[in-house]
Design a protein around this ligand. Sequence first.
Ligand code: KIV
Length: 271
Amino acid sequence: MSTHSETTKITTEQLRKMKRAGEKISALTAYDHIMASLLDESSIDIILVGDSASTVFAGNETTLPMTMEEMLYHVRVVTKSVKRALVVADMPFMSYHVSIEEAIRNAGRFMKESHAEAVKLEGGIEFLPTIKRLVEIGIPVMGHLGLTPQSIHKFGTYRTRGTSKAEADKILKDAIALEKAGIFALVLEKIPAALSMKISKAVSIPTIGIGAGGHCDGQILVTHDMLGLYEKFHPRFVRRYAELAKAMRKAFRNYHADVKSGSFPGKNESY
Ligand code: KIV
């Protein structure tokens, strides 16, 4: 499907227009040059340099170990590779929790040193003063509610959030408060579709769902998950568009066999 936005540089304002026009927003993650270039060539609207790099790139169990220096490197590589998509830098665990000053310093580093166009941070009303201040000084902020992986040890499980009335009410209240504080878009992770519909109607900023049903204004997946590159878990909200881990294993095995048998390199591959 061709859309007006395929030729337009994506900005936070462009995303708002897309919501108003009813045009769905596509978002995926990238941490390296090849992935970022391929996503950008494919007209993906938002490229998130997610702290999911911790699990799918670095092989950690959770997103918590990711550091500012590691994220700065990934974001710098991605922004260099992207012309059209809006590039959002995920603020790692403990980079915005200690004080507003530290959050500003770290978000500022993403913009100044790595050329991010926006930052994302997890959490609700507890982060309102931080978000307000970041937005006031010109740093666009994307919110993230529902399942917030940086709080995994508080909950102890990656279960669906917002299934009880109290939890659903809190997520809705947080979403409205975050919009008031100035966020330009909101990630909703692993919440019931009925709740994400309610939130998407209640706020004028775009909602970007991951495991949050089809009523959000856009969708995001971790690219390594949708490509079948990360095989450790396969939640039902991940649609697999390829089976790259299987294809890569096959290629590596074939190469190994060819080297062992001496059939690689052949005459045409030699000088
Ligand atoms: O880190 C990440 O990739 C994310 C997405 C799952 C939204 O936060």
